[in-house]
Design a protein around this ligand. Structure first.
Ligand SMILES: Nc1ncnc2c1ncn2[C@@H]1O[C@H](COP(=O)(O)OP(=O)(O)OP(=O)(O)O)[C@@H](O)[C@H]1O
Ligand SMILES: [Mg+2]
Length: 345
């Protein structure tokens, strides 16, 4: 049990979300939340001016949402970091520390002196001296990315207390708060990316990021039906994958693009079941703004042959009645920021 005294800040490519919880990790209490559209250049731009615009937007969100602490915990986008589960011989923690460096060099495509390495032991063999492997989750984040985030937070007049990955945050808010879960795949579909993770025995044991999200689907609708992007986005949100609407035209525009994501999901499931046949994935938890796409739950359940549900980050957190409707409506967008707000520092 730990007291919560910071707020979670999720800087997405479509919108920036902030959530502040109080009380204890085991019994969190809602304090404040809000979201604002991300300025058009987002975090892709390197210019000082664009960084200042993002910082101003965060500052405004912090004020308007009435967040009462300056301490921020934020998330690095999965698409820009390197996460991998590696298996090592049954080494001591100290030995793991040096083996990790070597492991990271094998798969991180940028020089080791340009990344910050972080690792966490997922499982150890029960018996000492056993020839079973130690499973380690390795995270390598480019130092330039970290300094960019720290710079923005500072420019917004806030203090960065820690940084973690989006998947770590989402898994905390949607899966880990309940004990005894079956092996679960979490699919987080934002505007630009879809992040996959598999959680077994309540620990992350696989992650992957795919460069397709709601924006690509809306572009597909715009192209197929000859709409402007804004109008196409509205059609996508209204009709989604529902084949009975508009003679299935919107669905037909979205399907080929979304099926690329579905294929990646299938590949991830196949990879995982080959590696861990003992703990098959039993269910899918969906999140991210695009998880609200009409017909998506059914479509995925049929395509994957698994139980699919939409995750609720507000589970167990009572919301004040004057804000609850909006927050529940946008719940899929808040999964990352709730997870960040729940982090124990
Ligand atoms: N009802 C809906 N149906 C389908 N898509 C929706 C709906 N509502 C919002 N979206 C889409 O959700 C996306 C925004 O979601 P979210 O807030 O999770 O994105 P983000 O975190 O900013 O993006 P990313 O994590 O990819 O950087 C947009 O593409 C938006 O069009
Ligand atoms: Mg996001």
């Amino acid at each position: 049990m730990s007291a919560l005294n910071h707020f979670g800040l999720d800087i997405g490519t479509h919108s920036i979300k902030a959530v502040q919880l109080g009380g204890q990790t085991t019994r969190p209490v809602f304090i404040a939340a809000g979201q604002v559209p991300t300025p058009s250049q987002g975090l892709n731009s390197e210019s000082e001016e664009d960084v200042a615009i993002i910082a101003q937007t965060i500052k405004k969100l912090h004020q308007e949402a009435h967040i009462s602490t300056d301490k921020a915990v934020t998330a690095l986008p999965e698409s820009q970091i390197f996460t991998r589960v590696v298996e090592l011989p049954n080494l001591s923690d100290k030995e793991v520390q040096s083996a990790i460096q070597w492991e990271a060099e094998q798969y991180v495509p940028i020089p080791m002196n340009e990344v910050q390495l972080d690792w966490q032991i997922l499982s150890r063999p029960k018996q000492k001296g056993s020839d079973q492997k130690v499973e380690v989750l390795l995270v390598a984040a480019p130092k330039v990315l970290i300094s960019k985030y720290l710079k923005i937070i500072k420019a917004a007049g806030l203090t960065a207390v820690s940084l973690e990955t989006e998947v770590t945050a989402v898994v905390r808010s949607l899966v880990q708060r309940v004990e005894g879960n079956p092996t679960t795949m979490v699919i987080s579909i934002g505007a630009s990316t879809t992040d996959l993770s598999i959680v077994s025995a309540n620990q992350i044991s696989f992650t992957r990021s795919i460069a397709t999200g709601g924006l690509a689907l809306a572009r597909g609708v715009a192209q197929e039906l000859g709409f402007e992007l804004d109008q196409a986005t509205e059609y996508m949100k209204t009709y989604g994958l529902d084949a009975t609407q508009l003679e299935g035209k919107v669905m037909q525009a979205i399907k080929p693009i979304f099926d690329v994501v579905v294929n990646e999901i299938r590949r991830a499931l196949a990879f995982y079941s080959g590696k861990r046949p003992d703990v098959p994935v039993k269910r899918v938890v969906l999140t991210g703004g695009t998880a609200k796409l009409p017909g998506l739950v059914l479509y995925l359940a049929e395509a994957l042959g698994l139980e699919v549900q939409i995750g609720n980050p507000w589970e167990g957190i009572s919301l004040p009645s004057q804000v609850s409707q909006k927050l529940i409506q946008d719940s899929t967008s808040y999964a990352v920021s709730v997870g960040l707000a729940l982090k124990v520092n």
